[in-house]
Design a protein. Structure first.
Length: 279
């Protein structure tokens, strides 16, 4: 039964144009940004590493595909929560508005299985989108600008060998994906509570915006609160390029995001099992 439901949900999502919006934006936007980085490489290198010229001798350009991917991901990661809501915002609320939930009542299938199949689809969508975003950015950057060592600032100057960066980008994908899955669960919950597809996007993005603001405002109360908010880990992916790796932060993110995701999912199932889907 669950297999049939998953296939059904996958087909429905595949036939919707909005499903491909995020992939289309990433596909078109990334090459333009990479080309801009390449054309302005000299200026970018001067701004990033100009003050180091008095202390170090650099041979060749420090601007390469790895640095390009690192910068682009760091800049665009704050916009990914919006893309992660595209499918999650509509997958349940859209059924309400179209009245298609009535068909489920004519079949011997539980509400839990129906909602579970939808949850699996949106979590899979977000994971696939984040993987495509990170790896596509890295691939395009390397193809256009070329490979090379990645120079980052972490407790001083840290030079990462070119062959030491691929697994770090893969780790950064997982760290950012954990957060985005939590954002997806939040949007999924609001989609279950709401009966239109716009409200989940607005509410989710508003919560993420406020939570991110809390993470970056240097106020003592916010600094104490931030570790317990899932939005406080939006830039944790940068630590994938630190040496040594802060593994305790990885565990902390998994626990905090896991708790919030569980709350959102349990709330979704609780409401869905008690609401009147015919209304």
């Amino acid at each position: 039964m669950i297999k049939n439901l998953l296939i059904n949900e996958f087909i429905k999502v595949s036939y919707k144009k909005r499903t491909y919006i995020s992939f289309a934006l990433i596909t078109v936007l990334i090459p333009f940004i990479v080309l801009a980085v390449k054309s302005g490489g000299g200026s970018l290198e001067s701004k990033l590493y100009g003050q180091l010229a008095d202390s170090f001798i650099f041979v060749g350009s420090l601007v390469n595909g790895n640095l390009s991917a690192y910068i682009i991901i760091a800049i665009l990661i704050s916009h990914m929560p919006f893309l992660s809501t595209i499918v999650a915002s509509e997958i349940v609320s859209g059924e309400y508005s179209k009245g298609t939930f009535r068909m489920y009542l004519t079949r011997p299938v539980s509400r839990n299985l129906v909602l579970f199949s939808k949850l699996i689809i949106v979590l899979g969508y977000t994971t696939l989108m984040m993987f495509y975003f990170v790896m596509y950015t890295l691939l395009v950057s390397r193809l256009i600008i070329g490979n090379g060592d990645l120079v980052v600032f972490h407790e001083g100057l840290l030079v990462l060998d070119a062959y030491d960066t691929v697994w770090r980008f893969f780790l950064s994908f997982w760290l950012s994906n954990i957060l985005m899955l939590t954002v997806t669960c939040l949007c999924f919950m609001i989609s279950t509570l709401s009966k239109n597809s716009v409200t989940p996007i607005i509410v989710t993005i508003s919560i993420v915006f406020v939570g991110t603001a809390v993470a970056f405002i240097p106020i003592e109360f916010f600094e104490l609160l931030n570790p317990y908010l899932f939005t406080g880990y939006i830039d944790l992916f940068l630590t994938a390029f630190h040496d040594p790796l802060p593994k305790h932060l990885f565990i902390q993110e998994a626990i905090v995001c896991g708790i919030w995701s569980t709350v959102f999912i349990v709330t979704s199932f609780y409401y869905f099992n008690r609401c009147d889907i015919l209304d």
